[in-house]
Each structure stands twice: as structure tokens, then as C-alpha cells.
Design a protein around this ligand. Structure first.
Ligand code: ATP
Ligand code: MG
Length: 361
């Protein structure tokens, strides 16, 4: 699939931007702080309805304005689609898909499929667990609306339970209402994450051995905070029991200490844990394999070639890895930002559309 064109109005540092895109490669060029990442952010927003760098929608509206709008038209394997998002500083955003306003953000999912790869992602192996959970959540939300709903319900319930745990007097029957819900949503999250990590491990393993000329073998392991059970019902019952067991501890710490909000994943190369023992180059290769694996997984689940946003990432990779990337990404629409006119990039993509950004124009 590919995005045909975009229209940004009062989005970040843009007043009005209207442009069409190349079906294959788009090189977005400009000095620092001109609006390159902002443009990628606008594009990304149309996939899951939220930004990859802020949770506050109002940040997306131009400082001087009250309302922002993002519109894209895209072409997919079997039909065309359009997405229009309107963000007002003082109220909820509204989203139109194919001209019709949708009620829940989850209705937007599985429509425009986008993977973003930024220098932040290169650190995913050694970063704190929260970053890896975010990665899993972001990817799963795109391809599984059920996951999106379970996750947002889990987060809401968790926040309410944690607020309640800070009160003076705790009524067990009230707490139990949240425990039941946490177990229900949490069990779904754990089960879906387990399947996801298995699949992505298979794909990234293959890509990783190809990048390393079969010298190294990558394996991803899911480390759930609550032990895995065979099926979702058993998982729910077990998680519920675990919440009950940790009640005293939760009360002492005044927060929910057990659950998928504490999950992690580990990367092993030739059996060695990359977070503790990987060289920087090895950690980056794992990250690259993981990102490319996402594209494979999306293809498997949706039959679509996802759009790939590469924000300042080319210059962070050595020539060998750059070449690998270029060689593998023939089918995907690419948006690549860079600050300098990179001769290598220009010759690698002779037919690319060049988009020069200067001060939001
Ligand atoms: P770099 O090469 O450094 O990554 P960039 O071209 O990617 O730069 P962006 O991150 O797109 O730069 O940001 C461009 C500018 O947009 C920044 O100077 C930032 O302060 C400004 N900006 C961010 N949010 C808003 C907003 N809501 N209203 C107006 N300007 C904003
Ligand atoms: Mg940038």
C-alpha cells in the first residue's frame, strides 16, 4: 500500500502543506528543526490515531492556532482509503475514515499500516523494559483491534486501582471489582503478546542470519511478569490468584505490583543475552532485524506491504546494513528523512521524490 498525498493544516510548525508522494521512495531533506519529523508524525498519526512521540494531542496543534487537521489519501491492494483527523486544543479529536466519522479510535486500525524506525528504536535492546513493552503494544495495536481494546481497558483499570490503593481505607469488595477486570484484560494481553513474540522471533531470526551472513542466530524470548498458562481462561484464573496473593505487597507499595505492565522481552544471539553482553553493533543489528520483521508480520496478517518511515536512521547504519535495507525494501513505500544531501542515498534511490523542508514549508 502507499500514501498518495497529504494535507496538513496548522499541524506542528506547518501552516498549510499539500504534497503528493512517490509510490516508492520519498526523501525528506532539510536542516535541523525545519519540520521533517513533524511530517512523518503527521503521516504516522493516520495509522493508529496517535503520535509516536507525545500522548498529548494538543501538542500537535500549532502553538498559534486552536485546531489542526491531517488528511491523507492512500491506495491499498484491494481498495483506496482516506483518513482525516481533526484535533482541537480544548476537546477530543475527531477521525473520519473514508469520509465517515468513526466512534472509537480502534475502528481506524488495520487500515493504513505504518512502521516507524528512528534512532530511538536502535536502542530498543538495551533500553529499559518500558520501551520494549511500548514497541510490542504499538505493533500489536495496528494489527489487532482486540488487543488495542484490551490494552486501553487494562491501562484504565490499572490507573483506577492504583489511585484507590493510595486511599486511607481500602474496601476489599471494591478492590475486587478491579481485580476481576485486570485479570480479564491482562490475560488477553499476555496471551496475545506471547503469540506475537513467537512470530516476530521467527521472522527476525531469519532476517538477522541473512544480515550476518549466517554467522549469528537471533532468538527473542517473552518474559511475562505473570507465568504463562496454556489458554486464556486458565491465564485469567491464574492472574486473578496472583493479584490476590500480592495484595499485601500492593498495599505496602500502594501500587499494583504484578501484571503485564511489568513484562519484558529478551534478545539472544548465539545464546547470549544481548541486553547485558551485546556489542553496540550487535544490538543495532537486532533492532534492524526486529523492525524488518514487523513488515513481514504485517504482510502475513493483512496481505499489505506496510509503509516504512525512516527518521534519521540511515546515517546511523553502516554501509553494509544500509545496503541490506535498500535491497529488502523494494515493495514498501519509504519516507526517509535526512539532514544532509547524502550522495549514497541519492544514488541508491535515483527515482526518489525529493521533498525539501524549510521552516514548515
Ligand atoms: P531534526 O533534523 O533536528 O530532527 P526536524 O526537521 O525533524 O529536525 P521537527 O522535529 O520536525 O524538526 O520540528 C521542527 C520544529 O517544529 C521544531 O523547532 C519545534 O519546536 C517545532 N514545533 C513542534 N511542535 C510545534 C507546535 N505545536 N507548533 C509550532 N511549532 C512546533
Ligand atoms: Mg527530526
Amino acid at each position: 500500500m502507499f500514501i498518495k498525498d497529504i494535507e496538513l493544516t496548522n499541524f506542528r510548525n506547518y501552516d498549510i502543506l499539500k504534497t503528493d508522494f512517490n509510490q516508492n521512495v520519498n526523501l525528506i531533506l532539510g536542516n535541523n528543526a525545519q519540520g521533517k519529523t513533524n511530517l512523518l508524525e503527521g503521516i504516522y498519526l493516520t495509522s493508529i490515531g496517535r503520535s509516536f512521540r507525545t500522548n498529548k494531542d494538543s501538542d500537535l496543534v500549532n502553538f498559534q492556532k486552536e485546531m489542526a487537521r491531517i488528511k491523507v489519501n492512500a491506495e491499498k491492494a484491494y481498495f483506496d482509503t482516506s483518513v482525516e483527523i481533526t484535533i482541537k486544543k480544548d476537546s477530543k479529536k475527531s477521525i473520519k475514515k473514508d469520509g465517515t466519522t468513526i466512534k472509537k479510535t480502534s475502528e481506524l486500525l488495520e487500515n493504513i499500516l505504518i512502521v516507524i524506525f528512528s534512532p530511538e528504536d536502535l536502542k530498543i535492546v538495551k533500553d529499559e523494559p518500558e520501551k520494549r513493552r511500548k514497541f510490542i503494544d504499538r505493533e500489536l495495536c495496528q494489527i489487532q483491534p482486540l488487543y488495542y481494546d484490551s490494552l486501553s481497558n487494562y491501562k484504565k483499570t490499572l490507573a483506577q486501582r492504583n489511585t484507590y490503593l493510595k486511599e486511607e481505607a481500602i474496601d476489599n469488595s471494591i478492590l475486587d471489582l478491579w481485580d476481576v477486570q485486570l485479570a480479564q484484560y491482562g490475560a488477553r494481553i499476555i496471551t496475545i503478546r506471547d503469540q506475537f513474540v513467537r512470530k516476530i522471533s521467527g521472522y527476525s531470526g531469519k532476517i538477522h542470519s541473512s544480515i550476518t551472513n549466517e554467522k549469528e542466530s537471533l532468538f527473542l524470548e517473552y518474559n511475562p511478569n505473570i507465568d504463562l498458562k496454556d489458554d486464556i481462561e486458565e491465564q485469567e484464573g491464574y492472574f486473578y490468584d496472583e493479584i490476590k496473593k500480592s495484595f499485601k505487597n500492593d498495599l505496602r507499595q500502594r501500587t499494583t505490583t504484578k501484571g503485564p505492565h511489568k513484562d519484558d522481552i529478551s534478545f539472544y544471539v548465539n545464546g547470549i543475552n544481548m541486553r547485558s553482553f551485546g556489542s553496540q553493533g550487535q544490538q543495532r543489528t537486532c533492532a534492524l532485524a526486529l523492525k524488518l520483521a514487523e513488515l513481514n508480520l504485517i504482510k502475513e496478517e493483512t496481505e499489505e506491504d506496510a509503509i516504512l518511515l525512516l527518521d534519521d536512521v540511515m546515517s546511523e547504519l553502516d554501509i553494509e546494513r544500509q545496503k541490506y535495507l535498500i535491497k529488502t525494501l523494494k515493495e514498501n513505500q519509504l519516507f526517509i528523512t535526512t539532514t544532509d544531501i547524502d550522495k549514497n542515498l541519492m544514488t541508491s534511490f535515483p527515482d526518489a521524490k525529493l521533498i525539501y523542508i524549510h521552516n514548515g514549508k
